[in-house]
Design a protein around this ligand. Structure first.
Ligand code: SF4
Length: 390
């Protein structure tokens, strides 16, 4: 059985052609999946019944299912998806009072970057996601919305390093921005990277200039090597130069993400060095206090430290944003839900995604025992910028 969503080589078109069926049937099916949020071929009522039956025998509408759903009081929802091979990834729906409905998605199962404060990196990289598996995260999240709402923004800052899986991400984003797909403009799509210069340059050459967020987390190479081990061989200078090139080619202001870890990178002298590094550049600095991961020896910076850090940067002339907290009451840190399941839960019996979708919105499962420190990681991404969610 094929997965229906598998850009750029979706199997539906050749399948229809092989049966002598008209190409417009593909558009009809896609409209049902992307715009009408159908979860079965039986629901596609403008298709002939025999065709619906044949499609159901050949394809799955979605290859992933919701293994777990958590919802915070502010409307933030987090899904743990189980993929066809049993691997699991997370995605998050963020709501705000401006009507923004933002999908934060993963690009890899686990992550190979090994950021020392991040749950996703703890077990290393299992595999890349396919383009279809990335698109399915949007579809699952879109189905959480009432019929008169739609996804308005995308941030690629869940599990994994997006620029290490661009071959899958770019076709997926093409579907997201396609008017026959999700129809989300590229200005509303943010890719967040730990800073892989080659990948940034590849993005810069695209005709579709996405918003770019670069996670620095440190103002010098020595400290950054400790926090982001995979960046050891790259060097901050190379990262910033690639980001400069991105701005020069696309005109898009680059956001620099800085996760503040108490006693590690949150002192005024760190802020001064960061200001020196970014001086004179048209950038935005996004600060967020670390959302601690149980079992790791790192804490988020205090509100006073965050304010002090922000003040140093602002006095040097850099625009700074401190990310608002969302996701109160759920295990919102990237990779935490997947890890919880890996370590402490029995497998969830197979059940269709649709059946779980009927669970009362807002119901936090009985097994959810949110830590008091949960909220910081699912931050509200600004419309024109984003950041890697640690
Ligand atoms: S913070 Fe991002 S890049 Fe670093 S390990 Fe976690 S998912 Fe990977």
């Amino acid at each position: 059985m094929y997965s229906l969503i598998d850009p750029p080589h979706e199997p539906l078109a050749p399948w229809l052609a092989a049966r002598g069926l008209p190409a417009f049937r593909r558009r009809q099916v896609r409209r049902w999946v992307f715009q009408r949020r159908a979860d079965s071929f039986a629901a596609m009522t403008d298709l002939p019944t025999p065709l619906r039956e044949e499609l159901a025998a050949a394809f799955r509408v979605l290859s992933s299912r919701i293994a777990r759903h958590e919802q915070a009081g502010d409307g933030t929802e987090k899904l743990l998806l189980e993929l066809a091979d049993g691997e699991r990834v997370e995605c998050v729906l963020l709501r705000d009072d401006r009507g923004h409905r933002t999908a934060c998605v993963s690009t890899q199962v686990g992550c190979g970057m090994g950021c020392v404060f991040c749950a996703s990196g703890l077990s290393g990289l299992a595999r890349n996601l396919s383009a279809g598996e990335i698109v399915e995260q949007w579809l699952h999240l879109q189905r959480r919305l009432p019929g008169d709402e739609r996804l308005t923004h995308i941030v690629v800052m869940g599990m994994g390093e997006p620029l290490a899986n661009l071959d899958a991400l770019l076709p997926a984003l093409a579907v997201a921005s396609d008017v026959e797909g999700l129809g989300i403009g590229v200005r509303r799509i943010t890719i967040s990277t730990v800073g892989l210069p080659e990948g940034i340059r590849r993005l810069a050459k695209l005709p579709t200039p996405y918003q770019l967020a670069v996670s620095l987390h440190a103002p010098d190479d020595a400290l950054r090597s400790r926090l982001v081990p995979a960046a050891r061989t790259i060097g901050l200078r190379a990262v910033v130069e690639a980001a400069d090139e991105y701005f020069a080619r696309t005109g898009r202001q680059v956001t620099y993400e800085y996760v503040l870890v108490a006693g590690v990178n949150d002192r005024p002298e760190h802020a001064e060095r960061l200001a020196c590094l970014l001086q004179g550049r048209c950038v935005l600095v996004n600060l967020i206090a670390l959302n601690p991961v149980p079992g790791l020896p790192y804490r988020g910076a205090s509100p006073a430290s965050v304010r002090q850090f922000q003040g140093v940067l602002e006095r040097s002339g850099l625009p700074v944003q401190v990310r608002r907290r969302k996701g109160e009451g759920i295990r919102a840190a990237c990779g935490q839900l997947r890890r919880d399941r890996r370590e402490s839960e029995p497998p969830v019996a197979g059940s269709a995604a649709t059946s779980e979708l009927t669970a009362a919105p807002g119901a936090v499962p009985a097994y959810a025992t949110p830590p008091s420190n949960a909220p910081a990681a699912v931050g509200e991404p600004p419309e024109n910028a984003g950041s890697k969610l640690p």
